[in-house]
Design a protein around this ligand. Structure first.
Ligand SMILES: [Zn+2]
Length: 332
């Protein structure tokens, strides 16, 4: 047991009850036994005898490295490529049903409260209750800076979304910004239905339009009522702002059913949100241009549980030349 000869100054790892790997310095507790984890340490590493073989995956990719068992400001920021590795590893565990993020004990809660946050990534996701960002990446509190709304969009309340992303990049030093859409998105489907109804109305023969107009005004109000519960609502405004996404999806597909257009619109919407961030944030553009930060898209498949990573926006290079510093609603 060579490691015990170095008890005064060894670095060792412990697998916690929740399955996470925490890093420690100093003499290891005597009830621990040494194993070879392959981690680069100054001395041997030891884990509890209950260390199971469920972590055949490189533990450095299981969660982000964390000196206190959770990510705090005592940890170094992760690069964008490291962050993607951790997110992908977490999603693989989620798909397998082999999740390790099972809650925090008092020590880790105190560590988070007293040492501040150093999340591995910033994620903009949909508010859909079936798409909990932390869980589908098998992440713990402190691991991901999450922003969510219906449709993972910056169409309205864009100041709070963009400003929050800027905060995470500047102050929390996240290097990966991920915009995450998902299959079966209700917001995108709602916007696609609005688009299809308007498109059908616009392309109908003129006499048919006049005949409908004369018949009743109620027919117009019934369309948004079906989607939004009333003729005038904030929800309708939100969906209305997503209609261009459906329109672009329809053009790119060359037509299709409502379901086909909505499915493609999920990806179009991811790019639209990314492009908005690039267009209206000088902070994000500078970080992306310098290579310090990456802005990528992804789509979560609700059936398989897998997240498909889409990479960078095709328009990134072009949008890095934008000159706006703040979002439209905040421009004086
Ligand atoms: Zn959604």
């Amino acid at each position: 047991m060579a490691c015990y000869q170095l008890q005064l100054s060894v670095m060792y790892y412990i697998q916690e009850a929740d399955g996470s790997i925490s890093q420690h310095y100093g003499p290891p507790p005597t009830h621990l036994v040494p194993i070879n984890t392959g981690l680069p340490t100054a001395a041997s590493t030891v884990v509890t005898p209950t260390m199971s073989d469920d972590s055949q995956e490189d533990p450095r990719k299981g969660f982000g490295p964390s000196k206190l068992g959770v990510r705090t400001t005592v940890d170094e920021p992760l690069s964008a490529s490291q962050a993607i590795e951790v997110l992908q590893a977490g999603n693989r565990r989620f798909v397998r049903g082999d999740v390790k993020a099972r809650g925090l004990g008092p020590d880790k809660r105190r560590a988070l409260a007293s040492h501040g946050q150093r999340p591995i990534a910033t994620v903009i996701g949909c508010a859909d209750s079936r798409c909990p960002v932390e869980q589908l990446f098998d992440a713990r509190p402190g691991d991901i800076f999450v922003l969510r709304n219906a449709g993972n969009t910056c169409t309205h309340a864009e100041g709070s979304m963009v400003g929050s992303v800027e905060y995470s990049v500047l102050n929390l030093e996240t290097k990966m910004i991920l915009v995450l859409g998902h299959t079966g998105c209700g917001a995108i489907m709602g916007a696609t239905k609005l688009y299809m109804e308007r498109y059908i109305e616009m392309t109908r023969p003129k006499d048919a339009q006049e005949s409908t107009d004369q018949s009743t005004e109620a027919s117009e109000s019934e369309q948004p009522q079906q989607l939004c519960g009333c003729k005038k609502s904030t929800l309708l405004k939100l969906l209305d702002a997503l209609v261009p996404v459906a329109e672009q999806a329809c053009v790119e597909l060359g037509g299709g059913s409502t379901e086909e257009i909505a499915a493609h619109a999920v990806k179009v919407n991811v790019w639209r949100t990314i492009n908005f961030l690039l267009s209206y944030s000088l902070i994000i553009r500078e970080k992306v241009a310098s290579g310090e930060v990456e802005l990528q898209g992804a789509v979560y498949d609700m059936s398989s549980g897998a997240v498909e990573f889409l990479g960078k926006s095709p328009k990134q290079a072009q949008l890095l030349n934008s000159d706006a510093h703040v979002v439209p609603s905040m421009q004086a």
